[in-house]
Ligand binder design. Structure first.
Ligand SMILES: [Zn+2]
Length: 656
């Protein structure tokens, strides 16, 4: 061992012991922590629990298509191709086809080109994770065998040189941890924790000693591209490793890499997001939530809640955030300006993956349905309408909310977003239902089925609906024997006038709440939920009240086409549904087609429109109401003008 790595090691050991002291001080605050490894606060009865991947089946073609497409791409990648950058980076023979793009290892890579070779092997751990989750969903033996094979091949290439030759050692380590703990959890890979230990032992001397901010240099003699790592995102997966039984060590390392100054300021309500890299800092908020769930210190919960609120205030109507991958200061016009300045509005697969995790953790801890509303908005208006991942590495990266928007693939192959997209696709089911010791929470209204048992009764809920393209959601309850428990339904904040009927008996449902239906449930009980889909406008920010997006229910409606006729607010709000996933707004120039994100393909579109508050002048409108003759005269004069034009213009000329 070289003297330099010896210095690293001793500093690491010092920091580890320091972390033990600091986390031990949090222990007396915990009620259920004392039951040792495997029973942290995360398993407290107070919080909602996730279902297992296999408990929920989705019957929604758009969700399932994304799962199957991403899975087919991953299964199509050869083991040698997947291992190639690992082997090349440590000087081993590296046979097989080079995947290219960001996945490639090129020792002469020049970051100014920002293309092939940017982040070699960075998505490997996420792909292993997605394959493991896919096995948990479907029971696929092929997926299981691939995970077991990849983990064994990977175990042969664990070497410090990989981290030395890597711009993103913490990023890669974090994703490898994720793949290995998912292999343990969902595949039952008996070697996963041993491989995790070897990975951690090997990586540690090459990682910074604590969370280092994006853009801060910590390796001497390296250019700025070596300062873009994301060590501040590591605690989330380390705490999960601890919760899943990998050992106390991972709780300690998780605490060691907490981005304390960031959390301190957020916990005080200060906008410490401004100017920071967007996706990785939302992941950092996920780490705060796992810190809260593992260590129990409420500061981390406060930081995550405040962080979410600050993020929401600078989000697009679609739920996306971070134009040009940057979070913004409060009260600026940055989001409005981005509508004409950039097409890189929201890093969609990575951003939605982080957002779903953050809001899922917050929903579990607080039971506040606005986190569910936020998840739903992001799902329908960003990731669910992403272009599919392709086998050559083409990946949907940015959603474009520019005034002149278009859905395009990233020019980079196998970017970061190709790592998160298969994970997002696997996770729709665990975002749909939650449970506590007493009952169930329905978060998403997706055609689906969930099964669980309580007090010896087998219970099954089956949802059928065309929501959100229809306001009607039918839920059938099946029980093996009569059972009394609550079914909690998320009533979105926009759904005023919502109602629910149990076996035909209807009652009102308050918007922005979980509606609790507690009764003795029997076989064949039926719940019918009505969530009225009225239109509404949302301004891009308070300074630009006339720049608005049109929404119906959770859906943003995008104006299709290059020409964008002037519209009044009244005209937009009067949008009429013309097909299952199509709306129309009447303008002076004729009907304007409006589509939800999931129905847009190659067409140009606009997310926000500058809309006039008024239609005709106020005086004319008063006259129209009180003096009917005014309207008759207007129509009369319009008719005369058409007659005169037709009389004076030859039929062959364009004036007809
Ligand atoms: Zn990404």
């Amino acid at each position: 061992m070289s003297s330099s790595s010896g210095i690293h090691l001793s500093r690491r050991r010092f920091l580890q012991s320091a972390a033990v002291v600091s986390t031990a001080s949090a222990l007396p605050r915990l009620r259920s922590f004392s039951s040792a490894i495997g029973s942290p606060v995360a398993h407290s009865d107070t919080f909602l629990q996730e279902f297992s991947y296999g408990d929920v089946s989705l019957d929604s073609p758009i969700h399932e298509r994304q799962l199957q497409q991403t899975h087919a791409v991953l299964m199509g990648l050869s083991d040698d191709s997947l291992l190639k950058p690992f082997r090349a980076m440590i000087g081993q023979p590296a046979p097989g086809e080079d995947l290219g793009g960001w996945y490639r290892y090129d020792p002469n890579y020049d970051w100014h080109t920002f293309d092939a070779g940017f982040a070699p092997s960075a998505t490997f751990g996420q792909w292993v994770s997605a394959l493991a989750r896919y096995h948990a969903i479907t029971g696929s033996q092929e997926a299981k065998e691939k995970v077991l094979r990849l983990n064994r091949l990977y175990a042969q290439v664990i070497d410090g040189q990989f981290y030395e030759n890597n711009r993103f050692p913490a990023y890669c380590y974090d994703k490898l941890v994720c793949g290995l703990i998912d292999s343990h959890q969902y595949i039952g890979d008996p070697s996963a924790f041993d491989i995790l230990k070897k990975t951690t032992d090997t990586a540690f001397p090459h990682l910074p000693p604590k969370a280092v901010e994006h853009g801060t240099s910590w390796r001497p003699g390296k250019d700025e591209s070596w300062s873009w790592d994301e060590s501040y995102t590591m605690p989330e997966n380390l705490f999960l490793a601890y919760q899943r039984g990998a050992g106390e060590r991972y709780r300690q390392i998780g605490a060691q890499y907490l981005n304390e100054p960031f959390y301190e300021r957020l916990a005080r309500g200060e906008n410490d997001l401004a100017g920071r890299h967007a996706y990785s800092h939302v992941n950092c908020l996920c780490s705060a939530m796992q810190a809260y769930l593992t260590l129990g210190d409420e500061k981390y919960l406060r930081a995550a809640r405040n962080g979410f609120d600050i993020l929401s205030a600078q989000s697009f109507a679609t739920g996306g955030w971070g134009p040009d991958e940057t979070l913004r200061a409060t009260g600026t016009a940055d989001i409005y300006d981005s509508l004409s300045k950039t097409h890189s509005s929201f890093e969609t697969p990575c951003g939605s993956y982080a957002h779903f995790k953050l809001t899922r953790y917050l929903l579990r801890v607080t039971r506040d349905p606005r986190y569910g509303d936020s998840m739903e908005r992001m799902m329908y208006n960003t990731i669910l309408g992403a272009k599919p991942l392709e086998s050559d590495g083409r990946t949907f990266y940015y959603s474009d909310f520019n005034f002149k928007g278009k859905k395009l693939y990233s020019p980079h192959r196998w970017p970061c977003c190709s790592g998160t997209m298969p994970q997002v696709a696997a996770d729709y089911r665990i975002n749909t239902y939650f449970r506590d010791a007493r009952g169930i929470y329905v978060n998403f209204y997706i055609p689906s089925r969930v099964r669980w048992s309580r007090d010896g009764a087998q219970v099954e809920l089956t949802q059928k609906s065309n929501y959100p393209y229809d306001s009607h959601v039918a839920i059938a309850v099946q029980t093996s024997k009569a059972a009394t428990f609550p079914i909690n339904l998320r009533i979105p904040a926009w759904a005023s006038g919502a109602s629910v009927a149990v076996n035909g008996k209807r009652q009102e449902a308050e918007a922005g709440r979980f509606l609790t239906l507690e009764r003795e449930w029997k076989k064949e009980d039926r719940i019918v939920l009505e969530l009225p889909m009225s239109t509404r406008l949302e301004a891009v920010d308070p300074q630009h009240p006339d720049t608005v997006a049109l929404l119906v229910g959770p859906l943003v409606l995008f104006a299709i086409g290059d020409s964008q006729p002037a519209l009044t607010r009244g005209q937009m709000l009067a949008a009429k549904k013309t097909a299952t996933q199509s709306w129309s707004v009447e303008s002076r120039q004729g009907p304007l087609k409006m589509l939800p994100w999931t129905a847009i393909e190659e067409e140009p579109y606009t997310t926000y429109r500058r809309s006039r508050r008024q239609g005709p002048s106020t005086r004319l409108r008063i006259a129209q109401v009180f003096v009917p003759e005014v309207n008759e005269r207007l129509y009369y004069f319009a008719g005369v003008i058409v007659m005169l034009r037709n009389a004076t213009c030859p039929a062959s000329l364009p004036c007809r």
